[in-house]
Design a protein around this ligand. Structure first.
Ligand SMILES: [Zn+2]
Length: 372
């Protein structure tokens, strides 16, 4: 065994052990005690003499920011969430290692990635105490990130030079654009009536169905090309309180999930819906602007040096917590190891690519963090 491969084995074992320890804690939203326990584990791991820990609990969602003493705005901030999507009852929160992968709930989203960040954070602060590198851990990403990343940047006012968020993309595909999101509720009301005399009342259910069809038609006209990089609209809920077959309901509603790329803005998308659903009451549930980030050339160079291949810049249809950071002009680096079956049975993360990503981050930070 050569010296290099010996070092490589030690690092891989360390990352695997740490990821598996994290997977063992079932930190799902319905288990706040386990979320606390996982946060405790992570903070203990990140604590060092030269850093300070700040803890928050916005609306019951704990988060923590670990910064070098006397540095308010680190050059680079590492970000991760500890929450995992709950699995069907009876699922065991355990992991197994086979075929070069770690299998287990949350392995790919994102406890394996969190293990990489924790190991990296510790290594840098041990080797270079006071280095301008921060770590932010949140616990509500799977439920929108409002009380986690959004809170830390919008309300608590944290800033950094560059953010690293391994929750999207791959090692060779760096996500540089993400679609915006609009979750919108459409509502119609009217006097209820008897279904034998439909001409007597304006049926709220039929008004909602017709409005949804008009909105869908409008979005269909915005389609461009085969890569679906255009606004899309999915109807995700249709609801009425009516349980009687022969009664015309007095209330009906539908929920739309709309995704839109730059340069569309949330306001423009709302106007499109308003034109098609004129006369229908509208309530915004969530709105988030699309993100566009220019990747750090130093990061692209670090990736090529470690892997021998220049990375590609890609677009993502899903939205991540990056949007809460990008809005302040902070570049966000979004890459991650090979992962699969996220949020589902047999979720996995590839161990060799965990090591590769660690090495890329390490090389990048060595270039980026010149002091101390
Ligand atoms: Zn995630």
């Amino acid at each position: 065994m050569t010296v290099t491969s010996g070092k490589s084995e030690i690092l891989k074992n360390r990352l695997v052990e740490l990821a598996r320890d994290l997977i063992l804690i079932p930190s799902t939203r319905d288990r706040p005690d386990e979320i606390e326990r996982c946060m405790e584990f992570v903070v203990n791991h990140a604590e060092a003499e030269s850093v300070e820990v700040r803890r928050f609990a916005e609306e019951g969602s704990p988060s923590a920011v670990v910064l070098p003493a006397a540095i308010e705005r680190p050059d680079v901030m590492l970000l991760a969430h500890i929450d995992v999507v709950a699995r069907p009852e009876g699922t065991e929160y355990r992991s197994s290692v086979r075929d070069g992968r770690i299998y287990g709930p949350g392995s790919g989203d994102m406890k394996g990635e969190l293990a990489i960040l924790l190991a990296l954070f510790r290594d840098f602060h041990e080797r270079r105490p006071g280095v301008s590198l921060g770590l932010a851990i949140t616990s509500d990403e799977e439920h929108g990130g409002n009380h986690g990343t959004r809170f830390l940047f919008e309300k608590a006012g944290f800033r950094c030079g560059v953010a690293i968020l391994p929750d999207s993309g791959t090692i060779h595909d760096i996500a540089v654009e993400e679609k915006g999101i609009l979750h919108l509720r459409l509502m119609a009301h009217g006097p209820s009536g008897h279904a034998s005399r439909p001409w007597l009342v304006e049926n709220p259910m039929e008004r909602i169905i017709a409005a949804v069809a008009r909105v869908q038609n409008h979005f269909a006209s915005l389609q461009r090309g085969d890569d679906h990089w255009h606004p899309t609209c999915a109807v995700t809920q249709i609801y009425t309180e009516n349980r009687v077959p022969n009664r015309i309901p007095s209330h009906a509603q539908a929920v739309l999930d709309i995704r839109f790329p730059p340069p569309y803005s949330g306001r423009e998308i709302l106007e499109i819906v308003a034109q098609s659903a004129d006369g229908i009451e509208r309530e915004i549930i969530v709105v988030a602007e699309p993100t566009h980030v220019a990747p750090d050339p130093l990061y692209l160079a670090a990736t090529e040096e470690i892997t021998g291949v220049a990375p590609r810049l890609i677009r993502e249809h899903g939205g991540s917590d990056a949007r809460y950071i990008c809005q302040f002009g902070i570049p966000v680096i979004m890459t991650r190891p090979l992962v699969g079956n996220l949020h589902a049975e047999n979720e996995w993360i590839d161990i060799a690519s965990m090591e590769t990503l660690y090495r890329i981050y390490e090389r990048y930070l060595e270039k980026k963090l010149t002091r101390p």
